[in-house]
Design a binder for this molecule. Structure first.
Ligand SMILES: C[S@@+](CC[C@H](N)C(=O)[O-])C[C@H]1O[C@@H](n2cnc3c(N)ncnc32)[C@H](O)[C@@H]1O
Length: 263
């Protein structure tokens, strides 16, 4: 059975209000994140009650085996202000006493990267580098990375299949991918409470603190439009990932998707 029109639309990629093609969607996403960069971290921690910090650390712990290898090459895609890259770098130190040879973050919003570079410099992590790049056209050779991870970034891509193909392309044989994203929580009561928070409280607080109402109404809209965990897993399999799996965390507010490039 082929997917219905609305499912196809959800599977294609993000479309912020007022955009109807990939180019316009990408441009709008980049402008939005560039504008909210100065307040991004504050709002992230505030609106998630600091669960975002726990989720990134948990993701990093899941890949301790890769991060323990001194030769590991790791990429944080859509790295924003660098919090996942920093969490991965912290996990590396804990497990191996040294940072991986290559730890990179990539994002296309310059002001977000500027914050990431400041934070990395402040943390004294010399081997953590940040590159301005579009996740749909990454400036890396095929088979470069052992782990490509992304937190709350994948949902914003204007073409999910193209994003997966690019992640698959840059992974070394046997390399792992991790996609952490918001999802629709499970359980009717919790789902309704969460919806109230996500669609009413969060956009209002986000608008006041960031001064950008559009960015914080885009957040719940983009999550509502994002493929379900099962749909994304299927898309990963169709794009040549193996060992595809997903697990809901924190009552299903977020889902960790994992997969590997065939060895
Ligand atoms: C919600 S933020 C997440 C940032 C960070 N990963 C975190 O955990 O806080 C989404 C990020 O994805 C970036 N982004 C969205 N689409 C992108 C693309 N096509 N290429 C590169 N970065 C992209 C945005 O610029 C933004 O910094």
């Amino acid at each position: 059975m082929s997917p219905s029109g609305s499912t196809r639309a959800r599977l294609s990629g993000t479309r912020p209000a007022g955009t109807d093609d990939e180019t316009a969607a990408s441009r709008r996403v980049r402008e939005m994140f560039s504008r909210i960069a100065p307040r991004y971290d504050l709002l992230n921690h505030l609106l998630s009650l600091r669960f975002d910090v726990i989720w990134r650390k948990r993701l990093a712990r899941r890949f301790a085996a890769i991060l323990a290898r001194p030769d590991a090459r790791v990429l944080d895609v859509c790295c924003g202000t660098g919090d996942l890259a920093l969490a991965l770098a912290d996990a590396t130190t804990v497990s191996a006493g040294s940072e991986p040879v290559r730890m990179l973050g990539a994002d296309f919003a310059h002001p977000m990267l500027a914050r990431a570079r400041e934070k990395a410099a402040g943390s004294g992590r010399r081997r953590l580098e940040f590159v301005e790049a579009d996740a749909l056209s990454l400036p890396f050779a095929d088979a470069t990375f052992d782990l490509a991870a992304t937190a709350f970034g994948f949902r914003n891509l204007a073409n999910y299949a193209a994003g997966l193909r690019e992640l698959r392309r840059i992974l070394a044989p046997g390399g792992s991918v991790a996609i952490l994203e918001f999802a629709q929580p499970r359980g009717a009561l919790f789902r309704n409470l969460f919806r109230l928070y996500f669609h009413r409280v969060l956009p209002a607080v986000g608008a006041v603190v960031s001064g950008n109402a559009q960015a914080y109404s885009y957040l719940p809209e983009s999550v509502a439009r994002f493929p379900s965990p099962g749909e994304l897993a299927e898309l990963m399999e169709r794009n040549d990932f193996c060992e595809v799996a997903f697990e809901p965390w924190t009552a299903g507010i977020v889902t960790l998707h994992t997969g590997r490039a065939p060895a």
